[in-house]
Write a protein that binds this ligand. Structure first.
Ligand code: FEO
Length: 173
């Protein structure tokens, strides 16, 4: 059984993951409008991944006998200055999510909730990958600056991203 402090913190983080999904869907829409169809696809994959991060937490709360309470999702931005600005925002956003997961882990430590600590370790590792992946894309975008062919090649590369279901994914029944 989850204690109420952990339950509240996990519910808050379900909202963070859904907010992330919403932000990436908005970025996908922006990229489509700017003609970056590969980047738009990359953000669609990101959108799916974030929904599944929320689902993993949902499943975990349910499996521990907790109650999921869904709060409204905060409004997200719809306009950026460039492809570079979109990915700079992505990295900044992922760093914020990392900080929030670390805060959540601290709550689990304080409450001596070992099962929640174990579940959250997957998220901690996932954040390292998320930040590193976006960092690489940003490096490439900075290399090509406004070079049209360079941007075309990066867009093409990002369009090849495939979706992989997160390892701990399991549907709660
Ligand atoms: Fe679910 Fe991108 O963090």
């Amino acid at each position: 059984m989850l204690n109420s402090r952990i339950e509240t913190a996990l519910n808050a983080h379900i909202n963070v993951e859904m907010w992330s999904a919403y932000l990436y869907l908005s970025m996908s829409a922006y990229c489509h409008n700017e003609g970056y169809t590969g980047m738009a696809h990359w953000f669609q994959v990101q959108f799916k991944e974030e929904q599944e991060h929320a689902q993993i937490l949902f499943n975990y709360v349910v499996s521990r006998g907790g109650r999921v309470k869904l709060a409204p999702i905060a409004e997200v931005e719809t306009e950026w200055a460039s492809a570079l600005a979109v990915f700079e925002h992505t990295l900044q956003h992922e760093k914020k999510v990392t900080m929030l997961i670390n805060d959540l882990y601290t709550v689990a430590l304080e409450e001596k909730d070992y099962a929640t600590q174990s579940m959250l370790r997957w998220f901690i590792d996932e954040q390292v990958e998320e930040e590193a992946g976006v960092h690489d894309i940003l490096n490439h975008l900075r290399m090509v600056k406004d070079n049209g062919y360079g941007l075309y090649m990066i867009d093409k590369d990002l369009g090849a991203r495939t979706y992989t279901q997160p390892a701990p994914f399991a549907t709660a029944e």
